[in-house]
Design a protein around this ligand. Structure first.
Ligand SMILES: Cc1ncc(COP(=O)(O)O)c(C=O)c1O
Length: 412
């Protein structure tokens, strides 16, 4: 008999999906929606009158992913690897995604597509656009107190929920599937889609998954710098600073486990209000009505700072990402509705152009900086990982091994 009760919708048993190579180059148009996960849009090169620098600033557009942000690639990859490892299946497992938003939206989207029950653990201070989207995809939400900078509470709560039987925590800050997705799929997509000599890759971490693309770019362009951007208001990588800020998705008061400290070359500090102001200019004056969110502005400002500081010229390319689009931030723009175009320009690009080369950019290539960052990393993660494992990350061989597993998973 067909069960028509709305309380117990039919559950998919197992819905296959792509491996890493197939996310990069889908073989079929779309055997199911999961095959749309990938960088299928066109990168956007910002005009030099907007950036104020000679170097080319090219942005990979994350809003084109299903669910509206490339974070779904990380969520899906963690699920895909766990399925191949035989750890989870839709009939018995509840997926738990700790997140400040987009990874949670990705958790809800992936759970829905693959037939899992999904639970998103997120701070109660995130934008209402995010919670509405998670509920629309059918996942439950467990709230923890605070905002973006309180993400550690979501990790702790998720670990607590993960003690319950038949649960699996999609641990984006520590699961190397996140690193592998961006290393292989994002990194190779950049190499295939962005022409010219890549001199830097800029991304503001969250989980630091996206920064892994920098490791792939260094294979083709060994001189390419990997730059992590963060809010001045929460300058954890820069100087251990912690604080509240307005850039949802980044600046989480820690060094994520999956951040490859060895290959991190610079940390760029960006004022959070400058990001909101530049987004207002992009939306109202340049007429980008859906392509960019706030963290994209942080990335763009840090990319401009990198180009200025490194004195890059017209043949040089700085690549960065727009993780999501405006649909998550209407509430921020509504607050600035009375602002004129002239004010928007003065507070947006004029202020960015006036930034001095070198200001807020820290070189992290020295042994002392590496030691400081590894120490910071251990402070967060020693509760859950032993010293020997954390110490093994200081060797490049650790990261070589994690990258080699892309092919291992694809072979299964
Ligand atoms: C809007 C936004 N920007 C940037 C990031 C950071 O990306 P990653 O976690 O790959 O470092 C996130 C992560 O959730 C995000 O939601």
């Amino acid at each position: 008999m067909i069960n028509t009760s709305p309380a117990s919708p039919p559950r998919a048993t197992f819905v296959p999906g792509p491996g890493y190579e197939e996310m990069l180059h889908p073989r079929s148009q779309a055997r199911n929606n999961l095959y749309r996960i990938g960088w299928h849009g066109v990168p956007l090169e910002l005009p030099s009158h907007v950036t104020g620098v000679d170097a080319r600033i090219v942005v990979m557009m994350g809003y084109t992913f299903p669910s509206g942000s490339h974070k779904v690639g990380a969520t899906y990859s963690i699920v895909m690897e766990a399925e191949k490892d035989g750890l989870i299946s839709p009939e018995r497992t509840r997926l738990i995604g700790p997140s400040t938003g987009n990874f949670g939206i990705g958790t809800a989207w992936t759970s829905f597509q693959k037939g899992y029950d999904g639970v998103v653990v997120m701070p109660d201070g995130m934008s209402p656009e995010r919670t509405a989207r998670i509920r629309a995809y059918g996942s439950d939400i467990v709230f923890t107190p605070g905002t973006e900078s309180d993400v550690i509470l979501t990790i702790e709560k998720a670990k607590e929920l993960g003690q319950e039987p038949d649960t699996y925590v999609l641990a984006q800050f520590e699961n190397f599937a996140n690193y592998r997705f961006h290393y292989y799929v994002t990194g190779t997509s950049i190499l295939e889609k962005v022409g010219g000599r890549i001199r830097a890759f800029v991304s503001a971490p969250g989980s630091a998954g996206t920064l892994a693309a920098g490791d792939r770019l260094k294979e083709r362009f060994p001189e390419s710098l990997t730059v992590a951007a963060e809010p001045v208001q929460c300058s954890t990588l820069y100087n251990g600073g912690v604080g509240q800020h307005q850039i949802e998705g980044i600046g989480d008061k820690m060094v994520p486990l999956i951040l490859n400290v060895n290959s991190l070359d610079r940390v760029a500090m960006v004022d959070d209000q400058m990001c909101v102001d530049l987004l207002h200019y992009f939306v109202t004056v340049l007429n980008y009505r859906y392509e960019f969110g706030i963290s994209a502005m942080c990335n763009v400002i840090a990319a401009i700072q990198t180009a200025k500081t490194e004195r890059l010229g017209p043949d040089d390319v700085v690549v960065t990402v727009a993780t999501d689009g405006l649909d998550r931030y209407y509430s921020y723009m509504d607050r600035l509705v009375s602002r004129t175009h002239e004010e928007s320009k003065r507070l947006g690009p004029d202020r960015v152009h006036a930034l001095e080369a070198g200001a807020g950019l820290l070189d992290t290539t020295s042994a002392a900086q590496k030691a400081r960052l590894y120490d910071l990393k251990a402070r967060t993660w020693k509760t859950w990982y032993d010293d020997a494992y954390l110490a093994s990350m200081k060797h490049d061989a650790f990261w070589d091994k994690e990258r080699a597993r892309v092919a291992e998973y694809d072979a299964r």
